[in-house]
Design a protein around this ligand. Structure first.
Ligand code: EPU
Length: 337
């Protein structure tokens, strides 16, 4: 284990924000993680996974622990299912591609999501009608202060829309070391209801899609709308889609009949934050190197050298405009550090 000092984190967060970690260590095994926690039991640490869902606004004056524990293991298998264990430091999309290659179904709609496997349960990653919670059996953690291993079964994680126990009462207390999934080996349950997926399959003349076809369709859709963090810094959706009362929604709809929406239940409607932001005139706008993506207004971008504070200021400007125009409070999806 080697500690590095005054290390730039620009390459370690998908927003590409250049902040400095006073101390930085990359952890490659659970054993190393345990000894590190034992040595640093009284000092603050900051756990860094793929850095794909955070906005860094300041230098980190503590030890940054980068979880790079790799490995994929099949732990049980039948003709129909596979139970597969993945260590936290595997890249999410590489794991999804491994599953597609081996014909393990269930994660294809979650193709091309940036980040590592270990942070996927924290915000219950989701896309195109599928969420991590649909296939996750359990995840394993190390408790930071007791160094004890914990198993969180799916139902223990209190999964919700971009939410879990790890963003609530367990926040900052655990390091996720592995995630275990149950995936199908045959009779895959495909989720192609999302309009854009259906269209992409029809365009290619595919009537009976395989999981590979669905994955390829998702990749094509994401590439057409979402900026590649390797080229333009971003953290995917910056805000959550807000849920408002049906009454409030009806008022907005009278003024904007074309507003897209999803009815959550009788009393609640979810509206796309991207649409609200576009209506407020922010789409494609740029202030210095901080901007709003030209193809998807829900994504804030760092064109090169924006600071975390510049992106944060832009997000606040958007929040106050949406509050003023629609009386809706936009909550951030990314963690502001
Ligand atoms: N829309 C606009 N203008 C925009 C963006 C969107 O009018 O600039 C409208 C679209 O026309 C559509 C609706 O808003 O009617 C929804 O747009 P989209 O299908 O692109 O999805 P989203 O609600 O903006 C969510 C997730 C994405 C996920 C997609 C697909 C959240 C916060 N975001 O975005 O997740 O990929 O659905 O399932 O729930 C992420 O979390 O980082 C992420 C990218």
């Amino acid at each position: 284990m080697r500690i590095e000092y005054n290390k730039s984190l620009k390459k370690y967060n998908t927003f590409g924000i250049d902040v400095i970690a006073a101390k930085f260590i990359s952890i490659k095994s659970e054993l190393d993680l345990n000894s590190l926690l034992a040595e640093n039991s009284t000092k603050p640490i900051f756990v860094l996974s793929g850095g794909s869902n955070m906005l860094l606004t300041k230098n980190l004056d503590c030890l940054v622990v980068h979880i790079a524990i790799k490995g994929i293991e099949i732990i049980e298998e039948s003709d129909d299912f596979v139970i597969i264990s993945v260590n936290a430091g595997e890249k999410w999309h590489d794991f999804v591609q491994y599953c597609i290659k081996n014909n393990f179904g269930g994660l294809e709609n979650l193709s091309l999501i940036p980040g590592y496997v270990g942070s996927a349960p924290i915000q219950n990653i989701g896309a195109y009608g599928v969420e991590l919670k649909d296939t996750m059996v359990q995840c394993e953690t190390v408790h930071i202060s007791t160094r004890k291993k914990h198993v969180f079964l799916n139902e223990d994680c209190k999964f919700g829309y971009r939410n879990s126990i790890f963003k609530q009462e367990a926040k900052g207390k655990h390091i996720i070391t592995k995630v275990i999934f149950k995936l199908t080996k045959k009779n895959h349950i495909l989720n192609t209801n999302y309009g854009a997926i259906e269209n992409a399959l029809v365009d290619k003349g595919i009537i009976q899609p395989t999981i590979k076809d669905v994955s390829e369709a998702v990749i094509k859709i994401r590439q057409s709308k979402l900026p590649d963090p390797e080229r333009i810094g971003n953290s995917g959706s910056f805000f959550k889609n807000p849920v408002i009362s049906t009454r409030h929604f009806t008022k907005i709809q009278e003024k904007y009949p074309a507003i897209p929406y999803y009815q959550v239940d009788h009393d609640h409607v979810k509206v796309p934050a991207g649409w609200l932001i576009e209506q407020s005139g922010f789409k494609g706008k740029r202030w210095g190197d901080a901007g709003v993506h030209e193809k998807q207004a829900l994504v804030l971008v760092n064109y090169n050298n924006a600071s975390g504070t510049e992106i944060l200021d832009l997000s606040k400007k958007i929040q106050s405009e949406i509050k003023e125009k629609f009386d809706i409070i936009l909550e951030t999806e990314v963690n502001i550090i």
